[in-house]
Design a protein around this ligand. Sequence first.
Ligand code: SAM
Length: 352
Amino acid sequence: MPKALKVPKQKGEEIRKFLKDHKKLDLDYKINRDEKNIYLPLKKDLSKKEKDQINQKSPGSKIIQQKRFEEKKQTPDNLEEALKYKLSEEELEKVPSSFDVLGDIAVVELPQALFDKKELIGKALMKVHKNLNTVLLQKSPVTGEYRVRDLEVIAGEQNTHTIHKEYGCRYKIDLSKVFFSPRLSHEREKVMNQVKPKEVIFDMFAGVGPFSILIAKKKDPKKVYAVDKNKESVRLLKKNLELNKVKDKVEPIHGDIRDITPKYKNSSDRAIMNLPFKSGSFLDEAITLLKEKGGIIHYYDIREEENLYEDAVEKISQKANKNGYSTRVLDKRIVRSYSPKVWNIAIDVELS
Ligand SMILES: C[S@@+](CC[C@H](N)C(=O)[O-])C[C@H]1O[C@@H](n2cnc3c(N)ncnc32)[C@H](O)[C@@H]1O
């Protein structure tokens, strides 16, 4: 419990303001009152100068050990407000303005300079967003073949499992073991909107199923094949098919797309290649999976600003031509920013 400054009622507002301006008022606790006095919770000891100033303004004020102070229940409006007086101005400027929310988990990225304040920031985030049960610090970008990131719990429950809702679908996720990004939600919707009834879709890098399940749920595909090399992704994908009642439409397949492709040669109207950085090395597989008459490839990559689409379109055309197809770019777009001047892009190409 904090110490309190006991102040005669009529001087209460003036001294409250003085303490707040001097960053000595503890904003986590409610101010107590009785008939004659108010009791202002103190965050830190007052300096001699401050004591003198207070005595001049309000003779008779004195510091006491307060037994009971009720913690404030009201919710701060935003993270900055929640961290005011807890971080320096310089630190406050470095606090990120956005973060990802997946179900009841928030994932934040912090600059190195704020690492020793991570618990404080995690707790503040939970105060602002009451629906959160866990805050994770992202300690590395998504890496490795399975595109997973290094995470640390900085507030709330020790947990990396959640259920995330997106466009009326629900996804079970374990963020420590599989890839999932809510920042791709609009992209998934864009692809889903292009699907025509009774198409066969090949989701070559399916993860826990957000492209496949959205398409199965909102459109009327004949079949969606959903492949992933990560065993844990496929385990959750299967659970998600049940959760979203699309088991009859989506076939989950565990394995490396290179090994799977021969069995599904010329099966599909559409191939989704959501493996940025490496999609280019799987173009032969995507073309093999399309029906003999051709189909559509959704190609994803990470590209620098000066050459967003050119090289990628050229590469897709060359590969397609080699296999006897001509190409038409249906759309090309930026999906999201990846890092300064580097973008996650999408290209929709029709092969015929
Ligand atoms: C960027 S994630 C995309 C997942 C999903 N499409 C989504 O939007 O959440 C790429 C996925 O490809 C999988 N993967 C990587 N290499 C693979 C391969 N050779 N064959 C099949 N899956 C692979 C990874 O395990 C990962 O789940």
